[in-house]
Design a protein around this ligand. Structure first.
Ligand code: GCB
Length: 597
């Protein structure tokens, strides 16, 4: 029998769940706004025992009377760069997992009829934000942005902003207890003080219709939830000027056809300036238009089937041993992918910063973006599920106007179970709530070789719920070859497009060794492994893309062998010092062979 207490608890948890589902609404196109970067040198206190809140560090108290004292002070202590991970800044923080307090003073010139938004592009992993001694917001998730409206909370001079950042791994977090990359902590991306008019253009989604090459669908929302407000949408180069009028919720929608639209593609990444104005606000952004859909075993871009020549990288600059955070970092990573001949990037394994996403679009890369649902996730935990929902929505809110983005990835390497299925279904629904056009994918690793049929097969019915199926398969590395590579057959996701979303093996740059001895950690072994895998790929009937793992050697405390140079995953096609390994050239030649056909 259900007790009263049980019913109350159920109701409470339902309320909590529905609140969690509502992600913070992010302003569209934050870099297109008026903003001041709050980057720079911030004061910091390392707080491994979490004493900061008890001591009221966020109040920044100073002794006044003769007998006063406080056992903390931000002044004259540690200084950390923002943005940046803390791990790469001082040796003591290399492996640190815990809390670090960041603080700075801020003078703000606030004008009448303006709103001020404090916008964090990413804080890793969880944080509490305080202004002038009061908590003003919290966020969890190290790779997505959040904003706090501080209009009514600021003084003109000497505001004190403090952020308690914590990167402790926990079972209910995303990612959870272990993952194969560095657990960088800190204020890892730009911090912005954004100024918008009192009534502003809050959000918009402008895109080409899924199947129609000249029909644009526009959805625009104003901050003022009122009917009858006028909005103008212009695309000057196409001579488009449309007037929209808001409904009761302050939103307006319109579909219209255009002539002479040049669609975006990797070969010709055309972007148009789109201008949106309301009575009190105006914003512009470069937006591209393309069609993406799946038909049977093919992925169609602008009506033609494509093969995805993909590559992955972490948001890391190996030479600096730290997180990538700037536009020049983005260009370094993307240029190496361009030289390889890739037409797509699988952003591993989390939403990467906007410099990467926007420059990738400009340079003509298709993009796959995912949240870090990476093995070991507590699928049965309702709160974890809600966090994942919020995360995926924050990712989509930020990037939905990037036409380069064709895949939302919901998971990497998960095993079938009912809680897993429900969790992933929920994430797919979250995606569809905000965006019905992009393709949904997930990477699986449980393809098994069937000795009788002599083929790889996979028993995970969930793949039917995806638009495109992706398999990570480390043949020649984690798995020995069951037959000659050219004889290995595949029978997975027939009727759907398939991508080999990871494959590869480790090699130290410059190391010579036997082509058949894995533990040689040699480039020779890695090269042979790549050649063998390419042989196998040519026999996978529904293969529509590959994504070698990975472009650069990357740091990971998952790796202990001295040949891995201390905490490095050496599967890179390029070394930590930026040198191309032999396998890089194998993939470069393979990718360039597509242009000859
Ligand atoms: C995988 C994971 C990836 C790892 C890789 C490896 O399957 O998806 O994150 O880094 O294997 O190197 O083991």
């Amino acid at each position: 029998m259900r007790t009263k207490k049980h019913i109350i608890l159920t109701l409470l948890s339902l309320i909590l769940v529905s609140q969690n589902c509502r992600s913070q609404e992010l302003i569209a196109n934050v870099y297109g706004r008026n903003y001041q970067l709050l980057n720079g040198k911030w004061n910091a206190i390392i707080d491994p025992y979490d004493q900061g809140i008890r001591m009221g560090m966020f109040k920044n108290k100073k002794p006044v009377g003769k007998t006063d004292f406080y056992e903390y002070s931000f002044e004259e202590g540690l200084i950390l760069n923002v943005p940046s991970d803390w791990n790469s800044q001082i040796p003591e923080l290399k492996f640190y997992e815990g809390t670090v307090w960041y603080a700075r003073h801020l003078d703000i010139k606030k004008k009448e009829n303006e709103r001020l938004l404090l916008y964090f592009n990413a804080v890793s992993y969880r944080c509490k934000v305080y202004l002038n001694g009061n908590e003003i917001g919290q966020h969890e998730g190290g790779f997505t942005p959040f904003q706090i409206d501080i209009t009514d909370k600021v003084k003109e001079n000497d505001n004190f902003l403090a952020v308690a950042v914590n990167n402790t791994r926990t079972k209910d977090a995303i990612p959870a207890m272990s993952f194969d990359w560095w657990n960088y902590g800190g204020i890892t991306r730009d911090v912005m003080l954004v100024t918008v008019p009192q009534k502003y253009i809050k959000d918009y989604f402008i895109q080409l219709d899924k199947f129609n090459s000249d029909k644009i669908n526009a959805h625009i929302s104003l901050s003022d939830k009122k009917e009858g407000q006028k909005i103008i949408l212009e695309i000057p180069e196409l001579k488009v000027r449309k007037e929209l009028v808001t409904d009761l919720s302050g939103s307006a929608q319109l579909s219209f056809t255009t002539r002479k639209l040049q669609r975006w593609s990797p070969e010709s990444p055309k972007l148009y300036t789109v201008v949106i104005s309301s009575d009190s606000d105006k914003i512009e952004e470069k937006i591209g238009f393309r069609n993406i859909y799946v038909k049977e075993e093919d992925v169609y871009l602008n009506g033609a089937p494509i093969f995805m020549r993909s590559i992955s990288f972490h948001e890391e600059i190996p030479q600096r041993k730290g997180r990538a955070f700037s536009e020049s970092d983005a260009i370094m990573l993307l240029s190496e992918a361009k030289a390889l001949g890739a037409n797509m990037i699988r952003l591993a394994h989390y939403p990467q910063n906007e410099y990467i996403v926007r420059n990738a679009e400009k340079m003509g890369f298709l993009l796959w973006e995912e949240i870090p649902i990476w093995q070991g996730i507590d699928f049965g935990n309702e709160q974890t599920k809600n966090k994942a929902g919020t995360m995926i929505k924050e990712m989509i809110m930020r990037d939905k106007n990037r036409c380069a983005l064709i895949f939302w990835g919901v998971a990497n390497e998960t095993a079938t179970s009912e809680p897993r299925n429900q969790f992933l279904r929920y994430l797919i629904n979250c995606c569809h709530e905000l965006d019905t056009t992009r393709l949904i994918t997930a990477a699986f690793d449980l393809a098994r070789y069937n000795q009788e049929t002599k083929a790889f097969e996979m028993k995970d019915p969930f793949i039917k719920e995806l638009d495109v199926v992706a398999i990570n398969k480390y043949m020649g590395w984690y798995h020995n070859w069951p037959a000659k590579p050219e004889q290995v057959k595949w029978n997975i996701a027939s009727g759907q497009p398939l991508i080999i979303s990871e494959f590869g093996g480790e090699a130290l740059y410059g190391k010579k060794g036997k082509v058949d001895i894995k533990s040689s950690w040699s480039e020779d072994y890695q090269t042979q492994l790549y050649l063998d895998n390419l042989k196998m790929f040519s026999h996978i009937p529904n293969l529509r893309g590959i994504s070698p793992w990975i472009l650069f050697d990357f740091r990971s405390p998952f790796r202990f062998h001295p040949n891995q140079g201390g905490e490095w995953n050496r599967k890179g096609l390029v070394s930590d010092q930026g040198y191309r390994k032999k396998a890089w050239y194998i993939i470069r030649d393979y990718y360039s062979s597509f242009n000859k056909n």
